[in-house]
Design a binder for this molecule. Structure first.
Ligand code: 48H
Ligand code: FE2
Length: 259
């Protein structure tokens, strides 16, 4: 068989369009493909919800690839170990102290693969630049190609609709910033605005991450590092249990509301 470059192009274009057209309205739109966003996507898709994840970069994985200071191992604590095991990631106990380590690359790849096979659809190289709001509720995302954002070209975006949005953008908590800018004082935080991330304190930070995994504006939830950045909690350094637990918690909270 003689391979034809036009058929190859047509196959790629058609399949991509089918994929994006079938996600113009979703149950849940996740912004950010770090550990918390991927884990949330997995548990939501597994429950049968239509879920799209938008990631600015070419690759998902966020801050997990680099472990701590590029030493590509991650650490999780006892209560998060079962989440890694759900994804088939091999964990090793560390000194019987309730800590476990896992290879960072295996973690990203296994979580991503399992999430997509469970039904999560990932759109990479797309940046979320704004949100749609009707009344006082989030109704969707405003998206554009990352290369458009990077080059500073004046190209207007497209939109997708979502019953719920998860801000899993990490330290920058970008979606919450977009909302806070256009609806000052309206967040469900103590001050009504972004409280900001505090100094490193792993023990408190990990607990607070899970506690702060909640709705911050009608229809908008935070997961992962965005939780403490939004509600005011410390950072934790290179321990990833809180990110995984937060992803699983946000999926359960939204799943409950979709029923
Ligand atoms: C599309 C976007 C946009 C946008 C950002 O930073 P992440 O890994 O996020 P989490 O919260 O799942 O994990 C945090 C963890 O990696 C970490 O930094 C920890 C534990 N730090 C502790 C410490 O003390 O430092 O991933 C966020 C992802 C990235 O891939 C971004 O590219 C992406 O979100 N993203 N995607 N549109 N507007 N903004
Ligand atoms: Fe970080």
């Amino acid at each position: 068989m003689k391979l034809d470059e036009k058929i190859i192009s047509k196959a790629i274009i058609t399949r991509y369009y089918q994929k994006i057209l079938s996600h113009l309205q979703v149950d849940v739109a996740i912004v950010g493909g770090g550990p918390s966003g991927l884990v949330a996507g997995y548990y939501l898709a597994k429950e049968g919800h239509r879920v799209a994840l938008f990631e600015r970069k070419l690759s998902v994985g966020g801050g997990m690839w680099g472990g701590g200071m590029l030493f590509n191992e991650i650490v999780v604590q006892e209560d998060a170990k079962e989440i890694l095991e759900d994804f088939g990631v091999r964990v090793q106990p560390w000194e019987d102290a309730g800590y476990y380590t896992a290879d960072a690359i295996e973690s990203v790849c296994s979580i991503t693969s399992k999430a997509i096979q469970a039904g999560l659809t990932v759109f990479n190289c797309i940046s979320v630049e704004d949100v749609s709001v009707e009344g006082d509720r989030i109704t969707g995302l405003v998206i554009n190609w990352t290369p458009v954002e990077m080059s500073g070209l004046h190209v207007d975006p497209l939109s997708i609709g979502a019953s719920f949005v998860i801000d899993a953008t990490g330290h920058d908590t970008e979606v919450v910033h977009m909302v806070a800018k256009k609806a000052p004082g309206k967040l469900m935080t103590p001050s009504g605005d972004i409280e900001g991330e505090k100094f490193m304190c792993p023990d408190e930070a990990e607990k607070k991450t899970v506690e702060n995994t909640k709705e911050v504006f009608p229809g908008l939830y935070v997961a992962g590092m965005a939780c403490n950045a939004t509600f005011g909690g410390p950072r934790m350094g290179p321990i990833f249990g809180g990110m995984l637990l937060s992803g699983r918690k946000v999926a359960a909270l939204i799943s409950q509301r979709l029923k």
